[in-house]
Design a protein around this ligand. Structure first.
Ligand SMILES: Nc1ncnc2c1ncn2[C@@H]1O[C@H](COP(=O)(O)OP(=O)(O)OP(=O)(O)O)[C@@H](O)[C@H]1O
Ligand SMILES: [Mg+2]
Length: 257
């Protein structure tokens, strides 16, 4: 599985009044192939910016982003992103929203028979078999989020970039989707870079939790989560190691708020 590396990445934006706003300063992080890495940090510290750069959606000003050692210069077919706002097309059915993942990548409208099968299989994988012809407004929030996930997975990415995918969901739906994601990850074996505000979510899902400081974003602390996988096969949240990590992470984050 490919690894993703940020090396001294620097990114500024122009504010509406024309000033430079430094979003990320000398940000370095290596995401090893096949690992699940979460990033937490205060609002506005540059988390979404990181993912958008990796997805090739925004340029950066300095440093390098490397995919398997090669400099990244634009969007790579090896990566796909699940956005902070799901962004489903309300006028398209579930099936068509997922097909869009392929159409945008292939730059064509018509799917091959094999691709159509892949859309169906991906929807089944995220638990939406039977809902292919529904429209987004006919789905619950959790189901909409599954469509967003399917749209990313249908491209069969080797690296999955996820920006607070469960942020808008209630606690129970969120816990269910976390387990589904871990189970999917166990099957597709992709590398995951996952952004969240929720420390418990970060610890529960990840091999590594990266804590960022205030803008301009840089890494403050990296915590390794050694709890065995799959975490849904036992009560991982009740482990002493879990509480210990949460306490360390919370101390670290609190200083940044
Ligand atoms: N297109 C843009 N133009 C100007 N400034 C931007 C743009 N996008 C982001 N920024 C600024 O860059 C900083 C980082 O934004 P970013 O969205 O990466 O933060 P974030 O860590 O994802 O925050 P949150 O946790 O609230 O989602 C913010 O100060 C934001 O105002
Ligand atoms: Mg964000």
């Amino acid at each position: 599985m490919p690894e993703l590396e940020f090396v001294n990445v620097r990114k500024s934006y122009k504010s509406p009044t024309g000033e430079n706003l430094l979003a990320l300063a000398d940000f370095s992080l290596k995401v090893d192939g096949g690992r699940f890495v979460s990033v937490v940090g205060p609002s506005g510290c540059g988390k979404t910016t990181l993912l958008r750069m990796a997805a090739g959606l925004v340029p950066w000003d300095g440093g390098e982003i490397r995919l398997d050692g090669d400099q990244l210069t634009g969007p790579s077919p090896k990566m796909s992103m699940v956005f902070q706002a799901i962004g489903l097309m309300p006028w398209k059915s579930v099936q068509s929203n997922v097909a869009l993942g392929i159409q945008l990548q292939a730059h064509r409208r018509n799917l091959t028979a094999q691709e159509t099968d892949l859309v169906g299989a991906t929807l089944a994988m995220v638990g939406l078999k039977g809902f292919e012809h529904y429209y987004p407004y006919q789905l619950s929030g959790g189901m909409q989020q599954r469509v967003g996930l399917a749209r990313a997975l249908v491209r069969q990415p080797e690296i999955l970039l996820m920006d607070e995918p469960f942020g808008a969901l209630d606690a129970q739906t969120r816990a269910v989707l976390q387990d589904e994601l871990l189970s999917l990850w166990g099957r597709v074996k992709s590398t995951v870079l996952f952004i969240t505000h929720d420390l418990d979510e970060a610890i529960y899902l990840s091999d590594l939790v990266v804590i960022m400081g205030r803008r301009p974003g840089r890494i403050k602390q990296v915590l390794e989560v050694k709890l065995p996988h799959p975490r849904y096969s036992y009560d991982a949240r009740a482990e002493a190691g879990f509480a210990h990590l949460r306490s360390i992470a919370w101390q670290s984050i609190k200083e940044e708020l």
